[in-house]
Design a protein around this ligand. Sequence first.
Ligand code: ARG
Length: 464
Amino acid sequence: MTDRQPGASDKAWSGRFSEPVAELVQRYTASVQFDQRMALQDIRGSLAHARMLARQAIISAADLAAIESGMATIAAEIEQGRFAWNIADEDVHLNIEKRLTALVGDAGKRLHTGRSRNDQVATDIRLWLRDAIDAIDGQLRDYQAALLAVAEAHAATAMPGFTHLQVAQPVTFGHHLLAYVQMAGRDRERLADCRSRMNRLPLGAAALAGTTFPIDRLAVAAELGFDGVCENSLDAVSDRDFAIEFTACASLIMIHVSRFAEELILWMSPRFGFIDLADRYCTGSSIMPQKKNPDVPELARGKTGRVFGHLMGLMTLMKGQPLAYNKDNQEDKEPLFDSADTVSDTLRIFAELVPAIAVRPQAMRQALAQGHATATDLADYLVKKGLPFRDAHEAVARAVREAEAQGCDLATLPLATLRQFSPLIGEDVFALLTVEGSLAARDHIGGTAPSQVLAAVARARAGL
Ligand code: ARG
């Protein structure tokens, strides 16, 4: 580097400066420690840009060939972990460009024609996030498939359904699990929606105003698999709404998983005893020899908080930023990466953990025998015999009080006792007061009847 003033460093932008940046400032402003994760996306974007520059005769065919061969070397170095990342070169973009120039000379210096790191980084993040979304979509599908297998096996396994964490009505374990399949399905729709809004090419916006070179943005968009281009250059380089949107999607995924995690924790506690979790998802206590703790679901519940934190961080990062690019945006990457990693790890582990749930139908059945779970069925029975629902509700409530006084379940009261609360009650009531009768009666789409659960499993499976 011969054209440097004394005191200036050899940074890509140091021509304007008369002294090198301070050591602490260098570390404070660098992002290569974390944005090197986008290296392969950066190369993909650069190659598409270079090919377009050559087609438009902005660079020569020889320059393009040199850039392509240099980038192939660099990609191999990165993939093999041999690339020497240098914090003095600030970020992933400048590290790669510098290495390219070392490998192929002036052609490397021409790559940045008609481009800025501002549109470059906006492109790289979108490419990276697109890949991350595709991976997470597959992980959600695997999680759904795992839930469906258990739901099918337990389409007729009765358990108490709860409201307010009090026994409410019988449901099947399969039906309960299908609720989480639905949540994951909506999570996938949200991700697809986020992906399609994000899938626009920022490149060509250059620093903020566009470029004086005769670029062909649509061709670059097509080569990189974007559905179109960002139509305003200022917006293209500055907004990170897609990162916020993704992190909101990630938060909802974690909310849903955390609800399941919470149930697993409750169900595994001896108070419930509905399930057992394979030892490999649990740990012991260093002081209490009898303990087997559901660490994996507890951590999933806990990690939900850090994704929420990232969402709040990204929203705060974007709020009030004037157009166009500001360095604040460099802070988008760590929360984004960590959100994707957290969701991805959590879903992968849950897809493995679900088949390792040992279901305890006896314990579920026992819990059902204690909460007067078929009281609503008795009220519905009286309504079908002509009693207005409110009166039926009142009659059954009094019958429940009697059962409580006798220390038994409503379904086990003798007919004579039940008839004290309504003469409409006949011998035929007992078929309905059984758990099986109650389940089978909810025989409509979205209901808990075992036949409906099997049909729902089949529909969900076809939709995966
Ligand atoms: N590392 C930067 C970022 O992540 C790249 C863009 C820098 N642009 C600039 N003009 N300093 O946002």
